[in-house]
Design a protein around this ligand. Sequence first.
Ligand code: ACO
Length: 348
Amino acid sequence: MGRLYYRGYPIYDLTEFSTFDEVAYLIWFGKLPNRKELQDLKEKFVEERKISDSITDYLRKVRKDANPMDVLRTAVSQIGLEDTRPGDIREKAISLASKIPIIISYFSRLRDGKDIVEPDPSLSHVENFLYMLNGNKPSQVESRTMDVTMILHIDHEMNASTFACLVVASTLSDLYSSVVAGISALKGPLHGGANAEALKQFMEIGSKENVTDYIMKRLENGQRIMGFGHRIYKTYDPRARILKDYAKKITEERGNKELFAIAEKVDEIGCKILGKKGIYPNVDFYAGIVLYSLGFNPDLFPTVFASSRVVGWTAHVMEYLKDNKLIRPKAIYRGEIGRKYIDLDSRE
Ligand code: ACO
C-alpha cells in the first residue's frame, strides 16, 4: 500500500482528523497548531480575502475563453507587482493562498455572465471557496469533500512545479515570481491536467457495461488509461484510495452515481490488467469526478490544484532559502567541439 506523510504525519490521519487550515499550518510552520494558533491563521485567511480593483477589473476584461491557468498566473504576477510591503515571506504566502480562490471564482463566474460573490468571513477557507464559486453555501458533504481534496493536493515532495519554484527562489528572486513559475509548470498536461482527462474518459465510456471494451481497445491501440500510473508510486496511490470514498459520497449527493460506478469499474479492471506492471490509480483518477461534482468546470481543475499546492510551494521555498544555494544543473554537451567558422555568404 502506498504511503504519504506530511511533516511526518500519515496522510490517512490528516485527512481523517484534520482540516485544510490545520494542515496548511502544519506545512508552513512544521507543527500542528494549537487552538489559538489555528484561530490566528483562520483570521489571517479572512483578513487577506480580498483582491485589488485593478485585478477584479482584469478578471472582468480578460478573454472568456482564456486558459484559467494563464489567467491565474497573470493575476498572481499582478498581486506581486502591487505588493510593495517589505513583510515576512510567510505572511505573504498566507495572503496569496487566501487570494487564489477569489481569482478562480471571480473568473469562473464572470466568464459565465454571473455576478461575483463577495467572500463570507463566517466561512472556512474551503467553504468560502465553494460559496464564491457556486453562489450558495456548501453542504456538509461538499465542504468535507473539498477539505480532503485540498489537503491531498497540498504537497508532494520534489514534483515538477515545486522544483520550478525552487529554481526561481534560489536566484533570490521574490516569492510571487516563484509561485508564477510553479503555476506555469503545473499548467502542463503531464502534471496538472490528468484529472480532467480521467473525467473525460469516464464520460466517454458512458456506462458501466462499456468499461471492459473501452479499456481493451485503448490498450490494444497503445493508449493509456488516464488517472493510472505514477512516476514514484508503483502501488495504489494513497491519495486515490482516500478520494475514492469521497467521490462515492459526493456523487451520491449530487446525483452522479453512474459516473462513480464507471470509475469504480475502470479501477477494478485496470488494476487487474495493469497492476502486474505496478500501474494503479493515481490521485487524478477520482479527483476529476470529485471536483466536477463540487461545481468546478474541468478547465478549472488545475487552478484548484494550484490553490492548494501553493501552500507546499511556498513552504518549500521558505525551507530552501534558510540555506540557499543557486540551483544550476550541469548539462553535458554531446556535439562536435572546435567547429570551423564559415562566413554567412559561404554557408550552404
Ligand atoms: N495506462 C496504460 N499503460 C501505462 C500507463 C497507463 N496510464 N502508464 C504507464 N503505462 C505503461 C507504459 O505503456 C509502459 O509500458 P511498456 O513498459 O510495456 O512500454 C510502462 O507502463 C511504463 O510507462 P512509463 O511512461 O515509462 O512510466 P512512467 O512512470 O514514466 O509514467 C506517467 C508515469 C507519466 C504518470 C504514466 O503512468 C501516464 O502517462 N499516466 C497517465 C496520465 C496520468 O494519469 N498522469 C497523472 C500522474 S499523477 C500526477 O501528476 C499528480
